[in-house]
Design a protein around this ligand. Structure first.
Ligand SMILES: [Zn+2]
Length: 72
């Protein structure tokens, strides 16, 4: 029933994780489908491969971010 809702009205994504300032992971609040922003800025299904890439990007981003900018 929830998936039918998404098929008719589209998914309702909310941000589940901020990977970098450009890449975020989203989860549908109705059916829990997870997607992520890919390198070209489109939304793709969050596959284990993309999840892996995101973890790597996140580590690089956070290291660079904390090195250049201290947030009090
Ligand atoms: Zn959905």
């Amino acid at each position: 029933m929830k998936k039918l809702f998404c098929n008719i009205f589209g998914h309702h994504y909310s941000i589940s994780k901020k990977v970098t300032s450009h890449i975020k992971e989203y989860k549908c609040i109705h059916c829990q489908k997870q997607v992520t922003t890919d390198v070209s800025g489109n939304l793709s299904s969050l596959t284990p491969e993309l999840q892996d890439i995101n973890r790597t990007l996140e580590r690089i981003y956070q290291r660079r971010h904390t090195a250049t900018q201290q947030v009090a």
